[in-house]
Design a protein around this ligand. Structure first.
Ligand code: ADP
Ligand code: ZN
Length: 613
């Protein structure tokens, strides 16, 4: 039905287990192939007259496309949500109650309504409730980053229908969240399948934030011109501004955040999914359930909340397995802001402690000068070696950064802050501290008599940029914290360890690389003529390229007719394989990966015509 030649990784085992009626918790990275893990059991059980599989998915906006993809593959599926008319709803309910549907998608709040539960009761009595699949299962956990109240009510499934197998799936869950999912969904007896969380095709890179917009623009122009990507910003305002600015620079950029009209949001999401080469600038309100396979980059202009969020967000790049980038600009202000947001939140102290721990782990990742992939995977409990040849190596493996011993510098900074305090019990921000350390005679220095401090000028050997990195690291590691409106610096209890010289600090050498002007774009400029044309995922000769373009034009028409994104009709990779192999018969066409029986029957002849013409 799906046209694939084999299962991937743990899929076969999971599918077997669930077909037999077992419960499962599946942890698999984005793009790993989770959908098949419940779709194939649903199909198999349906064929054994076990009726309808119910899929719980939090994303009403995406149900249409998910169901469209199944129907394209010849699987009878539907969704129930508030976007349907009464007529449509009744028709789907009849299909469901007759046990004819293979899969039914619903949002959790709908599933637990009395009406729906009564319908499920009736299905179960007649042996027509084949399976529950709980997608994005981490939403049930308060520890996760996408907690949804409605998910809590899903424990009813086990209590009310103990005989119906359940499969819960998620792409992110550290130990704590995992345990929480098991407990809240009562999956104690479920088999747990944990795949490697490595995304070998994603390159992770963190750059020092200097002029974030320019840096972002250069990154997009140099590496991803004309390609689809997502840019995450923290605030709605920044989303709007960044999208408008990128637009002015000639990039097709759209904004997405919860403050926009639902209509505008839907239109932007549709364009992102349906057009090629759209950059979505968004808050974290965007992205869950986005299964567009050819997102070539995810960029963070602000620090994400924690590593789970970072991994989930960056995971939206490169689902198709082709090389993709996770790029982040990171600076002192990010650390300060995130710390303050936690400090000022009204949450309970215990919760804040958890959040601080998670932020610390993310900061350590951002500051790291060794392999980022190893650190990411270690966070999810997976041991690994530094990036290998089959992986798209992270920035640090690709260009191991020079480091310098900042132990002495850190002591100087902390003792200078200590002197401020001793002096008149005063506190100052980073700017003034750096002036004093570097021996700059500013007005503020004079007013406070700081040229007479023993620490005045003891740090003249370091540049202002280097000092900022030292301070950022001290804050990131919790030796310093910032206070109040002016972000004044204050020592924490553990600062003493640094002052006593007990902590060695090895810092990344700031890259004082000269700014590159427009026009001279390092080694990557040699991509003439790419403009807005995306390169095919396979190397093709001129004839192959012509066939690829013809297939894409044909696919665009079909997609428009069916009101679906093009990739649901066929992936780029499938079209490229067709263009390369140029099959002349239906039989040969059917052997291409991604061409299932239904699609072969529906489109085979037309494709042969396009290839032959
Ligand atoms: P996830 O939900 O885990 O992020 P998906 O279920 O969307 O991932 O699958 C990612 C991509 O991999 C999809 O395009 C899907 O069609 C494809 N895929 C899944 N399983 C296989 C397989 N066994 N062989 C080939 N492609 C597969
Ligand atoms: Zn690496």
């Amino acid at each position: 039905m799906f046209g694939y030649s084999a299962f991937r990784g743990a899929q076969a085992e999971i599918v077997d287990h669930v077909i037999q009626g077992g419960d499962a918790l599946v942890l698999m990275p984005t793009g790993g192939g989770k959908s098949l893990c419940f779709q194939v059991p649903a199909i198999a059980r349906h064929r054994r007259d076990q009726g309808v599989a119910v899929v719980v998915s939090p994303l009403i906006a995406l149900m249409h496309d998910q169901v469209g993809a199944l129907e394209e593959a010849g699987v009878h599926a539907a969704f129930l949500n508030s976007s349907l008319t009464l007529d449509e709803t009744q028709r789907i309910e009849r299909e469901m109650m007759g046990g004819r549907l293979v899969l039914l998608y619903v949002a959790p709040e709908r599933l637990t309504t009395p009406r729906m539960l009564a319908q499920l009761d009736s299905l179960e009595e007649r042996g027509l409730l084949s399976l529950f699949a709980i997608d994005e299962a981490h939403c049930v956990s308060q520890w996760g980053h996408d907690f949804r109240e409605d998910y809590l009510a899903l424990n009813v499934l086990h209590e009310r229908y103990p005989g119906v197998p359940r499969i819960a799936l998620t792409a992110t869950a550290d130990e704590l969240t995992r345990a929480d999912i098991v407990q809240r969904l009562q999956l104690e007896d479920a088999r747990i399948f944990i795949s490697s969380f490595d995304r070998p095709n994603i390159r992770y890179a963190v750059v020092e934030k200097t002029e974030p917009r320019q840096q972002l623009l250069r990154f997009i122009q140099d590496e991803h011109e004309g390609e689809a990507g997502i840019v995450y910003c923290q605030s709605r305002k920044k989303v709007d501004e960044t999208a408008a600015w990128l637009g002015g620079e000639g990039i097709t950029a759209l904004a997405y955040h919860a403050g926009l009209d639902a209509d505008v949001r839907r239109r932007h999401q549709d364009r992102f999914l349906r057009e090629e080469g759209v950059v979505m600038v968004a808050t974290i309100a965007f992205g869950m359930g986005i299964d567009k396979p050819d997102v070539r980059f995810v960029a963070h202009l602000d620090l994400p909340k924690n590593i789970e969020a970072y991994y989930q967000e960056t995971g939206r790049a490169g689902r198709d397995g082709a090389p993709a980038d996770a790029w982040m600009a990171y600076g002192l202000a990010d650390v300060v802001n995130q710390r303050r947001m936690i400090d000022e939140s009204p949450a309970a102290e215990e919760f804040k402690r958890g959040q601080r721990g998670k932020l610390d782990a993310l900061l350590t990742l951002a500051e790291a000068h060794d392999c980022r992939r190893v650190r990411l995977l270690a966070y999810f409990g997976e041991a690994s070696e530094r990036c290998a040849a089959y992986q798209n190596a992270c920035d640090n493996c690709l260009n191991p950064p020079a480091t310098w011993d900042a132990t002495e510098a850190a002591r100087k900074a902390l003792s200078c802050i200590y002197r401020f305090h001793q002096n008149r019990g005063q506190r100052f921000g980073a700017g003034h501290l750096i002036d004093v350390l570097r021996g700059k005679a500013t007005d503020k220095v004079a007013q406070n008599g700081h040229e007479s401090l023993t620490t005045f000028g003891i740090g003249a050997d370091l540049s202002e940029a280097q000092w900022r990195v030292v301070l950022r690291q001290l804050i990131a590691l919790g030796y310093l914290r910032t206070e109040g409106e002016y972000n004044t610096l204050e020592l924490t209890a553990s600062a003493r360890e640094v002052l006593r010289g007990e902590v060695q600090m090895l810092l990344r050498q700031p890259s004082d690389a000269p700014k590159r002007g427009k026009g001279e774009r390092g080694g990557k400029a040699a991509r003439p003529g790419r403009a807005k044309d995306k390169a095919p995922p396979l190397p093709l000769d001129d004839d192959g390229l012509a066939r690829f373009e013809a297939l894409k034009a044909w696919r665009a028409e079909v997609a428009r007719e069916h009101n679906l994104p093009a990739y649901i009709v066929f992936h780029d990779a499938t079209l490229a394989e067709m263009a390369q192999a140029a099959p002349a018969t239906l039989d040969a066409l059917g052997h291409i990966s991604g061409v299932g029986a239904k699609k072969l029957e529906a489109y085979g002849r037309e494709i042969l015509r396009v290839l032959g013409g």
